[in-house]
Ligand binder design. Structure first.
Ligand code: HSE
Length: 305
């Protein structure tokens, strides 16, 4: 077993749900957090943070990245080593871009490597899903690409979803936060059969739309009845940004994860126009935002060390 003293893990942001795929589909995006773990000779935990909204991150044992790190050692029945952790943030916090998932996956992957890789990637993934509570952020953060996760009698089945290269994800990230807890609290605990059928059909259409790039299918596919109608109320300017994105040529717009980031899927020909339209609509609603055209990350969590 080779023992390394330092490991740097890079983990992509993710966008979960993609409209009708509530709690089961997510895609990794080309926006990253980086975490460097170095073993310390002396006892202790040192955490430093730089980058986007760095001052908001906890630097003690309650840090989610450290919780992931400690979780893996607990799982293998060992005490976590003393470490210095240097966090470089590129994914904004509490915006629906999977910042928590980057921390959980980053901590688990780093611990697994520092411990000499006792767990398989599948075991790391199962720990990550158990920590997060749902699979749609942590699975693409770990594996990259667009992924569908479904339970089976043996645990989880993970399926990679083909994504036509001409479909560009445009993210519009507002300057306010929305906690996943708050965004889940507004959801009903029961839904009608009609709404369940609606989402089943639209998720099927979405999978084929993503694979083929068929614009007609994508336009219809991004609708949802399970979470977005309830969450829109929590996102001021939602309607205006949606209308602007579609008018500028987007297939449609969804809430990224639990929000408040809004995600448009766009043919690459229109990505610049959609980007400008979403930004302008949010500014007109009095909300500052950053809007970016990203790509699908296909690598997932990677490490060096
Ligand atoms: N599927 C989750 C939700 C993603 O929408 O609540 C956020 O973690």
């Amino acid at each position: 077993m080779s023992v390394v003293s330092s490991i740097t893990v890079t983990v992509p942001a993710t966008t979960a749900n993609l409209g009708p795929g509530f709690d089961c589909i997510g895609a990794a995006l080309t926006l990253y957090n980086q975490f460097k773990f170095t073993r310390l000779e002396e006892d202790g935990l040192i955490i430093s943070v730089t980058g986007t909204e760095a001052q908001r991150v906890q630097t003690d044992e309650s840090n989610l990245l450290y919780q992931g790190f400690a979780k893996l050692y607990q799982y293998i029945g060992e005490t976590p080593p003393s470490v210095k952790i240097e966090i470089q943030l590129g994914v904004p916090l509490a915006r629906g871009l999977g910042s928590s998932a980057t921390a959980i996956v980053g901590g688990l992957v780093a611990a697994n490597q520092l411990a000499g890789a006792p767990l398989s990637q599948l075991q790391v993934m199962e720990l990550a899903i158990a920590m997060e509570g749902h699979p749609d952020n942590v699975v693409p953060a770990l594996l990259g690409g667009c992924r569908l996760a479904a339970t089976s009698t043996d645990g989880w089945e993970i399926c990679d979803i083909p994504w036509c290269g001409e479909i560009v994800p445009v993210v519009a990230i507002p300057d306010f936060e929305l906690s996943t807890g708050e965004a889940r609290q507004v959801l009903p605990t029961q839904v009608s059969r009609a709404d369940a059928i609606f989402n089943t059909a639209h998720l099927g259409l979405l999978l084929r739309g993503l694979q083929t790039g068929n614009g007609q299918w994508l336009k219809a596919a991004l609708q949802d009845k399970l979470h977005q109608p309830y969450r829109q109320e929590l996102i001021p300017g939602y309607d205006a940004v949606n209308t602007a994105a579609v008018k500028a040529g987007a297939y449609g717009m969804v809430i990224s994860g639990a929000g408040p980031t809004l995600l448009a899927l766009v043919d690459q020909l229109y990505s610049q126009a959609v980007q400008e339209a979403m930004l302008s609509a949010w500014h007109s609603a009095g909300i500052m935002a950053v809007v970016r055209s990203l790509s699908l990350d296909t690598q997932g969590a990677s490490y060096q060390g």
